[in-house]
Design a protein around this ligand. Structure first.
Ligand code: SF4
Length: 261
């Protein structure tokens, strides 16, 4: 994994309304955590959720980050394509990519035009015609369904899970692939009854070909301090081995391909 600073992109910084530029936080080359194979990962800037466990709080501000031309990103992906192999490609993660869904449709169409696989990592916050258009050009959707109970989802993220569940249903209706992601947080998302409910909700989905459980960790906590933001989960330990095994056991009852990250 290689993160590189964006100073070399400063020349690309133009105004926000320019449809040809994406507002991004950073780029990762040779990413192996966000979708299949080796991927160029574009972390976009801006998110409307406020997850208590967010490990990238520096991506939340919709006015932060840097603007980069979509054509520049396509050129970078093209230069890296020999590393992608048959499974890899480009993933857009965040932040929340759907905030820039029209521009991402342009980006994904351009990638498809040169034969590069596209993957979108989203919290599903928006579910409208423009989102559906983007999903048409998304080979694989990585959908973060953060809690099945709406009250808990509010506590966890500040917003409802309704749009996310509706977006999952939409994706299912299109027959196109998705992976579901679940961050396991002790005391917040590990309640046995809600793990069961989450799994039952999706068990009949034919387009879900993998479920990823991502154990909570504290690796991003220092960023909250740097931003002088109050970190709600300060000092919380990640899930125990037993906690992780219990979640895997529950999901294994309902899905064929459960991966503990
Ligand atoms: S959706 Fe992702 S980027 Fe947004 S607050 Fe939650 S964890 Fe952070």
């Amino acid at each position: 994994m290689l993160y590189f600073p964006l100073q070399d992109l400063e020349a690309a910084a133009l105004n926000l309304d320019d449809p040809e530029h994406l507002r991004i936080h950073s780029l990762e080359t040779f990413g192996t955590h966000d979708g299949p194979g080796v991927r160029m990962v574009v972390f976009v800037q801006g998110c409307q959720f406020r997850c208590v466990y967010c490990q990238n709080p520096d991506t939340l501000d919709v006015h932060g980050g840097m603007l980069i031309g979509i054509d520049e990103l396509v050129k970078r992906a093209d230069r890296q394509r020999s590393y992608f192999g048959k499974d890899g490609g480009v993933t857009v993660s965040g932040g929340e990519p759907l905030l820039q869904r029209n521009k991402l449709t342009t980006f994904f169409k351009a990638l498809h035009a040169i034969g590069i696989n596209t993957c979108l990592d989203s919290n599903g916050r928006l579910n409208d015609a423009a989102t559906h258009e983007l999903l048409e050009h998304t080979d694989l959707l990585l959908l973060d369904v953060k809690h099945i109970n709406d009250e808990w989802h509010h506590k966890l993220t500040g917003l409802t899970n309704k749009n996310t569940l509706d977006l999952a249903a939409h994706r299912e209706s299109t027959g196109k692939r998705m992976w579901l992601r679940y961050v396991l947080v002790p005391g917040w998302t590990d309640q046995p009854e809600f793990l069961e409910e989450w799994a039952k909700h999706f068990t009949r989905y034919k387009t879900v070909d993998r479920v990823e459980i991502i154990p909570f960790h504290q690796l991003g906590s220092h960023k909250w301090d740097l931003l002088k933001m109050n970190y709600p989960l300060k000092g919380l330990e990640g899930p125990t081995l037993e906690g992780k095994k219990a979640a895997v056991h529950t999901f294994n009852k309902y899905f064929n391909n459960v991966v503990l990250k």
